[in-house]
Design a protein around this ligand. Sequence first.
Ligand code: HEM
Length: 218
Amino acid sequence: MAINSKENVKNSEASLTDMFKDLASHPVPKHARSYMFCFGGITFLLFLIQIITGILLAIYYKPTPELAYESVIFIEQDVWMGAAIRSIHNIAANLMVITVLAHMLRVIYTGSYKPPRQLNWIIGACLLIVVFAFCFTGYLLPWDQLGYWAAVIGTKIMGSIPWLGEKLLLLSQAGSKVTGYTLTRFYALHIVVLPVIAIFSMVIHFLMIRKQGISGGL
Ligand code: HEM
């Protein structure tokens, strides 16, 4: 059978349409139509905003100690809409912390962490760490005094964790102190490693919600 036969293309088109139809025609259950249940979705929306504004910022940002600060100033002053896009990225990052915490409080309040959703609670906890890690790594990227000292303090705190601390400190700083190597390491985490972990975890989070349904229904 030819790989790209007309029939195969038609079948795959049909299954894609079915998938989107299934996604779009799934109504929100009545018991979940409350403001309390909107925070997970808002967090996801903010994440999408971060991806779009992050890609736009990455077009001009330069992750080296010599050029990072200069490139941020260039974005602020010379790039069309640069200051607005940078502000949106900053504000959405802060809002995301608030909404993810509100979402977690809702899950605690409604007891939705209980079986059978305990695994989704753990995936959610990983997502919470990922959100904090996005903020921590992103804060260093302008390579200004605030970001530099926040990275020094943050990595030192990691260093105080029993057993693993020393290794984590060396690994996160890419050496014994915060240098240009730390900047490139944080940049790689911020734009590659964390987004991949976040997207993968969100896909599992959402598939599990789809399979188990939102808690509280009969
Ligand atoms: C980037 C972070 C996150 C996103 C985008 C996200 C998104 C969502 C969405 C859209 C829902 C559907 C119900 C709702 O919106 O309330 C949900 C449910 C759920 N989330 Fe999250 N979430 C995140 C982080 C977390 C965290 C930090 C936890 C807890 C540690 C968590 C635990 C759960 C659980 C247990 C459910 C099922 C709740 C139920 O069935 O009532 N999530 N999440």
